[in-house]
Design a protein around this ligand. Structure first.
Ligand SMILES: [Zn+2]
Length: 247
């Protein structure tokens, strides 16, 4: 499982490393540290030390050292996530709830991104001179402005970096953009969509979760769709509306 950094900090702040280590080792204070017999090698005089200030342990004999999580991981033979889990229980920190919150936060941010992009491309289609060809293409096929508005159709500008630059200007991180499904896997700044009519794909709660882009030039496939993502699972068929246009 993935454990958020904030949770690890919270556990680390709630527990003292003295409390964690002294469950296994008898510690005595000396010179601003605690000392005890090392649990990781055999010795008769203590060379194992714990610093509460640094929240670290270190053995001057066998040179093992680390924080409270690595200590538990070593002594109990647990993976790092398992040792975090163990200390979360000791600290009374709930891990699973926060996980859900993180996922939820990411989902909401993604829905906001898609909505923003949809609105901007819709505006471009209706208002920008560069989208005139796209608007004409639709009109020739009997799709007027009313329909364009009703389905929030849009236009992705004839610049393969436009979507990336637009979203970066809205303060989204490159890491977050990688999860959108909007970009080439090879070049993460190049959008799948340029010079295309954009059809928002709506989920059952009315949120835009994907796009289908209709080609206007000979570049790439006739239709390009965003791939499946953590927020979008493909359905078997397109909406009747896109179906009609595909003919
Ligand atoms: Zn040691």
């Amino acid at each position: 499982m993935r454990i958020p950094e904030t949770k690890i900090n919270e556990i680390s702040n709630k527990l003292s490393i003295y409390d964690v280590v002294s469950d296994y080792v008898t510690l005595t204070p000396k010179g601003g540290r605690y000392w005890g017999l090392c649990p990781f090698h055999t010795e008769k005089t203590p060379s194992f030390s714990v610093s509460e200030d640094k929240k670290m342990f270190y053995c001057f004999g066998c040179h093992k050292g680390g924080n409270m999580f690595t200590f538990i991981s070593e002594i109990e033979n647990l993976s790092f996530p398992e040792s975090v889990q163990r200390l979360a229980e000791k600290a009374g920190v709930e891990l699973t709830v926060q996980e859900d919150e993180e996922v939820d936060k990411r989902y909401r941010a993604m829905m906001e991104l898609y909505n923003r992009l949809k609105n901007s491309m819709h505006y471009i289609l209706l208002e920008k001179e560069t989208a005139r060809g796209a608007l004409n293409y639709l009109q020739e096929r009997g799709i007027g402005e009313d329909t364009v508005r009703e389905f929030s159709l849009g236009y992705s500008p004839d610049d393969r970096f436009w979507i990336y630059n637009f979203l970066i200007s809205k303060k989204y991180s490159p890491e977050f953009l990688e999860m959108t499904g909007l970009f080439s896997k090879k070049n993460k700044k190049i959008s799948l969509f340029s010079n295309r009519i954009m059809f928002p794909v709506i989920n059952s709660s009315g949120k835009t979760v994907a796009f289908s882009g209709r080609q206007l030039d000979s570049f790439g496939g006739k239709y390009i769709n965003t791939p499946e993502t953590f927020f979008y699972k493909k359905e078997k068929r397109f909406s009747g509306f896109i179906q009609r246009l595909r003919r």
